[in-house]
Design a protein around this ligand. Structure first.
Ligand code: ADP
Length: 346
């Protein structure tokens, strides 16, 4: 950003035109015995977007995916998937969706290509069309060299790619990915992220569950945090980050007298005299940013740089799921406890 230009503020949550709804759930409930797993979950996922369902282990993410993909039934609630009612038209829902993840359909004893052809048969494609689609998808998912080898010899990343390729044989409009990168090395994880982005570019809606907050941050248009059977919070990654304290705005000046004027007027600000910078507590919302900008304008003070710092998504997740038992999903490499703010320059 040029130092003499105040950056433009982009309104929070600015999405394009409203899209049709791919998945909607109202009051979704599920119990196992006397254990309530989903206690009135509402979801609304626009078509062509990536939705991430986050939650600690045992929160009910897989249960939600299984219900939405018709694998198990709910105890209550109304669900529509791809415009079809889940309770009355499960076959139409099944025809519109693909599911991959922990309950992978890959058969390890046969080759990747045979797995694909089997899937083409299940979708009643002609032999010729099945071969065409198989060849195209093996190419697209970089599995041509491995196509004639048994799937059990594949690496974790290759198996996930084959699993998604098999799902795409049916040309689904909505894909459920249950923890698609758990256990993958960083390179395979990045490959999978690119696959998800490409799917969305192709118009597919992706419903993702993940334990990796960075994954939700990277991929998801909309994130919902599931805790104790309910959605504890939802929004874009940026909206969620604003829910907890720690956000601030940093104003940097090149003119020492402008810095001094601002520092003496903005009493909440933390000073950095060496850098001529002020740090002001701020939730990063349009309203609070505007109040700072309006004040600078009215005082005739010009800052050279404005930076919005929001808390890390890890901070949000741990704050929202902290009550009760300690969070079992917390990994040593997840940096929530550091409180180190992630920087968003606007
Ligand atoms: P997550 O995917 O978020 O880790 P799950 O949906 O797998 O959570 O599980 C949610 C809760 O439901 C857990 O306490 C789990 O033990 C319980 N549960 C899941 N499936 C069954 C089942 N078939 N019978 C009994 N309890 C189950």
């Amino acid at each position: 950003m040029p130092s003499s230009v105040m950056s433009t503020i982009i309104p929070a949550g600015g999405h394009g035109n409203p899209a049709p709804i791919a998945v909607s759930a109202v009051g979704l409930r599920k119990s196992y015995g006397d254990k309530t797993v989903l206690d009135g979950v509402d979801l609304r996922i626009p078509a062509g977007s990536v939705f991430a369902l986050l939650g600690p282990n045992g929160a009910g993410k897989t249960t939600a995916v299984k219900i939405l993909s018709t694998l198990i039934s709910a105890d209550g609630g109304q669900v529509q998937v791809a415009g079809h009612d889940l309770a009355t038209s499960p076959d139409k829902v099944r025809a519109a969706i693909g599911v991959t993840g922990q309950f992978s359909a890959v058969d390890g004893l046969i080759t990747g290509e045979e797995n694909m052809l089997l899937m083409a048969d299940l979708h009643h494609l002609s032999k010729r069309e099945g071969r065409r689609v198989t060849a195209e998808l093996l190419e697209r998912f970089d599995l041509v060299d491995a196509a004639k080898k048994p799937a059990q010899s594949y690496s974790g990343g290759m198996k996930r790619r084959l699993d998604i390729a098999m799902t795409l044989v049916g040309n689904p409009r909505i894909i459920f990915l249950d923890e698609p990168t758990t256990g993958l090395d960083p390179r395979s994880r990045h490959n999978m992220w690119q696959i998800v982005r490409d799917l969305v570019t192709g118009g597919v809606t992706v419903f993702l569950t993940t334990q990796y907050l960075e994954e939700a941050d990277q991929l998801a248009d909309h994130i919902a945090v599931l805790n104790n059977g309910r959605i504890a919070a939802e929004g874009t990654a940026d909206e969620l980050k604003r829910l907890i304290p720690g956000g601030h705005v940093r104003l940097r000046f090149s003119d020492p007298s402008a810095y001094q004027s601002a520092a003496s007027a903005l009493r909440d600000a933390t000073r950095d005299d060496e850098a001529l910078a002020l740090q002001i507590p701020n939730d990063g919302s349009q309203r609070e940013l505007r109040s700072i900008l309006d004040w600078l304008d009215s005082a005739g003070i010009e800052a050279d740089e404005l930076t919005v710092h929001t808390p890390d998504l890890d901070d949000v997740f741990f704050a929202l799921t902290a009550a009760g038992a300690p969070d079992p999903t917390r990994q040593p490499n997840q940096t929530g406890q550091t409180g180190q703010p992630k920087e968003t320059v606007r």
